[in-house]
Design a protein around this ligand. Structure first.
Ligand code: HSE
Length: 339
């Protein structure tokens, strides 16, 4: 089988994905008998388009400017060309406005409407318009995958397949690395919120607008996706009770510590509620993780709790989740073809 891919957005995540694909392309061919071809890479000001497949070695060679590639076309737009390139899979990694989900939402809708499978690293379309996207994918008989949207490389959405004989009843998670970093640094070093936030920004994990992190919106969006996926809910971000971490002081953390607690920014889905906010957590709790890590504790009906933990952000981390989604789609499409 051949898989004609289009990548929309060649920023950090998009570029890491291309590098990872280049490394794994022969493995995918050998294991799954699938020829992956990147037929188009869209940026805000144009696109590289080659229906026979862009040469990834050449594209990713050091000191090359992809806008100087002979297949570069200025000012063409993904929305105009998605339907014309005979694509099988669209990968969405554009910088997207979190309050509207654009431009990722339009790209996703356009791809699915043209019967093209979708993988998204952008979360906003899913916490804003989950039902709409899922219904369209079902109607078009297409796959839509978005593992990278929650906790990046941590396989917390695809875990559902492996828990099919069980039932997830509650979710308690740390879903924002920036906030966890800030609270950990304040707790261990006694530094102020402002200093810890600056450090987190320098590490490159905070959103371009860090209020999305510290006010809880980013964690709330991820919680919506998790709950819809793992608990089969149909919620949107408006359903989340959100509180950020801006009011937490080093003194509050010190007081908590004297009683054997610390403060964590938790995202909780329980009964019918979605809650994001600071909570006291026992010092020896598995939730007391430090740094930019994410942690997801799934309460299950038949086997107690299951905990997943790992890096919740980063280019290659997200790219590895995208590649997992890609291989999952290839395996599913192979099954369809055999049957
Ligand atoms: N700003 C986010 C975080 C990045 O700190 O977790 C990953 O979504």
């Amino acid at each position: 089988m051949e898989l004609k891919i289009c990548l929309i957005g060649k920023g950090n995540v998009g570029t890491c994905f291309l590098k990872l694909l280049k490394e794994r392309i022969s493995f995918i061919k050998e294991m799954y008998n699938c020829d992956c071809k990147v037929a188009a890479i869209f940026e805000y000001d144009g696109a590289l388009i080659n229906k026979d497949g862009i040469d990834l070695e050449e594209l990713l060679a050091k000191n090359t400017n992809f806008r100087e590639n002979k297949f570069w076309k200025k000012e063409v737009k993904a929305t105009d060309l998605i339907s014309e390139l005979d694509l099988d899979l669209c990968i969405e990694t554009t910088p997207t406005e979190p309050k509207t989900g654009e431009p990722a939402l339009t790209h996703i809708i356009e791809a699915l409407s043209n019967n093209i499978d979708v993988i998204s690293a952008n979360k906003a379309p899913f916490f804003l318009h989950y039902e709409r996207i899922k219904n369209l994918a079902d109607k078009m008989n297409c796959f839509v995958k978005y593992e990278a949207t929650v906790a990046s490389c941590v396989p917390v959405l695809s875990i559902k397949r492996n828990l099919i004989g069980n039932r997830i009843t509650r979710i308690e998670a740390i879903l924002n690395g920036t906030n966890n970093y800030i609270l950990s640094r304040m707790a261990t070093e006694g530094i102020t919120f402002a200093v810890a936030l600056k450090e987190a920004q320098e590490l490159g994990y905070a959103e371009a607008d860090p209020s999305l992190d510290v006010d809880g919106f980013d964690a709330a969006g991820k919680l919506v996706i998790l709950a819809n996926e793992l608990l089969n809910w149909s919620k949107s971000i408006e359903d989340v009770k959100i509180e950020g971490i801006t009011k937490i002081t080093p003194e509050a953390l010190e007081l908590a510590k004297s009683d054997g607690y610390t403060i964590k920014h938790l995202a909780i889905a329980e009964e019918n509620d979605l809650i994001v906010g600071p909570r006291l957590v026992k010092m020896d709790s598995p939730l007391n993780i430090s740094g930019i890590l994410n942690l997801i504790k799934l309460q299950t009906k038949y086997a107690g709790s299951i905990i997943l933990m790992g890096r919740g952000a980063g280019g290659f981390e997200a790219a590895s989740a995208i590649l997992n989604d890609l291989i999952t789609i290839v395996k599913e499409r192979n099954k369809v073809n055999v049957n």
